[in-house]
Design a protein around this ligand. Structure first.
Ligand SMILES: *Cc1c(COP(=O)(O)O)cnc(C)c1O
Length: 335
């Protein structure tokens, strides 16, 4: 496994910090909780998509693209990081945004990530909830190619074997940091959505024989479907890396019991987790991904699944820009 063999545009602020959360750990009274700060990757308020885009954008440049297109939900962090990365490379960026939550809140529709998409110069088109976004994107790419654009299509969440290399890299980086400070990690917890983050991480961990279990906390799909999509992508990523078969079904674990009513709809425990991280540690989570993952982490600590004496690393995947599209949900709870 030698990542330097893969084309990459270096743009993320790496390594991201690995920090101990003393006040959250004390409050929960269970394991020592550490945080891997992938909310601090640097581009346009940061987040996990920047690591994937380092490899995806290199592929776009190698193919001579002058434009990238991608898709996501209205408040997509992936779309925002793609827009920022494209701006930095002088590429045009077009985004297809799906109304996946049905929210009519004006801030949800125009503030937060949407504001930043446009600030970075991206153009956007909307699609109704439930649209086949991958097919819509291919159709738009054909339309733009017919107009003479050299289009590179990035899948939703940047989740394909190329993008997942960014999280193989994160696994390498995290293990290096843990080794350097003698931190024996018992468990890693992260949000899992389009699967590239969990798939890349588990591929890297397995390829290094790290022996650290990884738990993905789902934000959309039910457990069986989420685990199947992570496993399929991890296996393709391992093939790409030249270590086929290194990830097995037993390595891929998702807990999808914190999703609630659906993607992008926070539950009470999501909002509680956001408030706990903000008030105990001065950290910003988000209502769609990291808030749900943190709700899972907190619940598993309280239930003793993660116990005293253990060390758990929470991978913070970012997303705080979306808070400004959810002020009404957070405000209502503050009252
Ligand atoms: C996209 C995203 C995730 C999920 O990562 P996937 O690779 O899509 O599974 C988690 N957290 C945040 C903040 C995200 O934007």
């Amino acid at each position: 496994m030698h990542l330097a063999r893969f084309p990459r545009v270096f743009a993320a602020h790496l390594p991201t910090p690995l920090e101990r959360l003393d006040r959250l750990s004390a409050e929960l009274g269970g394991p020592e909780i550490w945080i891997k700060r992938d909310d601090c990757t640097g581009l346009s308020t940061g987040g996990n998509k920047t690591r994937k885009l380092e490899f995806l954008m290199a592929e776009a440049l190698a193919q001579g693209a002058d434009m990238v297109i991608t898709q996501g939900a209205t408040q997509s962090n992936h779309a925002r990081q793609t827009a920022a990365f494209a701006a930095r490379l002088g590429l045009a960026c077009h985004l297809l945004l799906e109304d996946r939550t049905g929210s009519n809140d004006p801030n949800y529709k125009a503030n937060g990530n949407v504001l930043l998409d446009h600030l970075h110069g991206a153009t956007t088109e909307k699609r109704p909830g439930g649209a086949d976004m991958q097919a819509e994107m291919e159709a738009v790419a054909d339309r733009l190619r017919a107009q003479g654009r050299r289009v590179y299509v990035i899948p939703g969440g940047g989740s394909n074997p190329t993008g997942a290399l960014g999280y193989v890299n994160c696994a390498l980086e995290l293990l290096g940091q843990a080794n350097d400070r003698g931190l024996a990690i018992d468990h890693i917890v992260t949000a899992t959505g389009s699967a590239g983050t969990q798939a890349g991480l588990i591929t890297g961990l397995c390829a290094m024989n790290a022996g650290i279990p990884l738990l993905g906390i789902g934000v959309r799909a039910p457990k069986e479907r989420q685990e199947a999509s992570v496993l399929a992508l991890a296996q393709r990523t391992a093939d790409r890396l030249g270590c086929p078969g290194v990830v097995t079904a037993a390595d891929v674990v998702a807990d999808c019991s914190y999703v609630g009513a659906g993607y992008g709809i926070p539950r009470a425990d999501t909002l509680d987790a956001i408030r706990m991280f903000a008030q105990l540690e001065g950290l910003l989570l988000d209502p769609v991904y990291s808030g749900k993952a943190a709700a899972g982490l907190i619940d598993l600590c309280r239930r003793g699944v993660f116990r005293k004496g253990q060390r758990v690393v929470f991978l913070h995947t970012g997303g705080s820009a979306a808070l400004f599209g959810y002020d009404s949900a957070l405000g209502a709870q503050a009252a």
